[in-house]
Design a protein. Structure first.
Length: 328
């Protein structure tokens, strides 16, 4: 068997982790030949609950689980980590202003960025799930100067998967036949799920998606799906978020197939008129276990305005974070 992979999950006692950990333990990211050493990080008041989750993982008697360690210490949590899922974040409490939320999360992701820089494996891959995910990834990356920028990503795969699924239903096509979707910008209501390059079995999709449906139904539905899930299910997306996080890390490690691509939020190098350094949803392929931004796509006026609006929101979050001294 291969060398075991150390995988760190923060927010280990939370809802998303409860779906994520079992998938990781089943080998869905590194494959059936690679044992995993799970590191579960949560805050002191939640460590006992995280121990309960670990007991359940034990009770699955999964052959790939080499060890499970539960801790409230960030330095221990990231020691030797090859994959890090930063799920735990401070939720917006009653009466909390945006600056309070950014300050609380800034402190968390600054510490975790520092600990990843100091202790993680050289080839660590980070997926930030906790919101505001793009800006939290930005903060963590700013505090991990020795880790290449492309190793810090935020999760927009859930938005991507939501878009794919809506399109498959609309077109009456299997999800597997569709490619070329991208969700630009921020994991927020300003995100731009874009079908401009959509293909079905490799052929451009030229009918079945009228502009009115795209603008009035598809885009708002995908962008507001998180709120829709909360109102219908009575609880926020958890299994779908965990599934998307697994998809992102698995594709990163094993590669995306053929010329297909997916959406990853990563520090921009200014592609498509986005702002360098800002963690932005972009079309990406994984080659040689690294994300590469797909280049050369044509951008029309409608796309330009939508991309710019979402990037402007990311820039304002970045500026707020710097204003609070969280990323300097
Ligand atoms: P949850 O509230 O069930 O669990 C969060 C866990 O994080 C709790 O156990 C809490 O104690 C822990 N935590 C808080 N601060 C921590 C710290 N400093 N270190 C380690 N652990 C810490 O929340 P849930 O449902 O699991 O969601 C987690 C995050 O994921 C939220 O921020 C949510 O908004 C975000 N999310 C992101 C999505 C995306 O697509 N990017 C989709 C769905 C949720």
């Amino acid at each position: 068997t291969a060398t075991p992979a150390t995988v760190t999950v923060t927010g280990a006692a939370g809802k998303i982790a409860y779906s994520l950990l079992f998938r990781l333990a089943s080998g869905l990211v590194f494959g059936p030949g690679t044992p995993v050493r799970l590191r579960l990080l949560d805050i002191p008041s939640a460590v006992v609950a995280a121990e309960g989750v670990a007991m359940e993982i034990e009770d699955c008697a999964l052959p790939l689980v080499e060890s499970i360690e539960i801790t409230d210490d960030v330095d221990t949590a990231f020691d030797g980590a090859k994959a890090a899922f930063l799920v735990g974040a401070r939720p917006r409490g009653k009466g909390m202003e945006r600056a309070d939320l950014l300050t609380a999360n800034g402190a968390i992701f600054r510490e975790q960025g520092r600990a990843i820089n100091a202790h993680a494996a050289d080839d660590v891959r980070v997926v930030v799930v906790g919101n505001p995910a793009n800006t939290n990834a930005y903060i963590a990356h700013r505090h991990a100067p020795d880790v290449p920028a492309g190793r810090f990503t935020a999760l927009m795969r859930l938005d991507h998967n939501r878009a794919l699924s809506q399109l498959a239903t609309r077109l009456g096509a299997p999800v597997a036949d569709l490619d070329g979707v991208v969700v630009w910008g921020n994991h927020s209501a300003t995100q731009f799920p874009d079908v401009s390059y959509l293909t079905r079995r490799g052929e451009p999709v030229t009918s079945g998606l009228d502009e009115e449906w795209l603008a009035d139904t598809f885009i708002p539905r995908v962008a507001n799906r998180g709120a829709e899930i909360i109102s219908v299910r009575g609880s926020s997306s958890a299994a779908s978020a965990a599934g998307a996080a697994v998809d992102q890390m698995r594709d990163w490690v094993h590669g995306t197939s053929g010329e297909g691509w997916t959406t990853v939020a990563l520090p921009s190098e200014g592609q498509y008129g986005t702002v360098p350094g800002v963690v932005t949803g972009l079309p990406c392929r994984s080659r040689g276990a690294q994300w590469e931004v797909v280049e050369g796509l044509a951008i029309g006026d409608f796309q330009r305005a939508r991309i710019d609006a979402s990037v402007a929101e990311l820039v304002s979050e970045r500026d707020a974070v710097h204003g609070l001294g969280l990323a300097d």
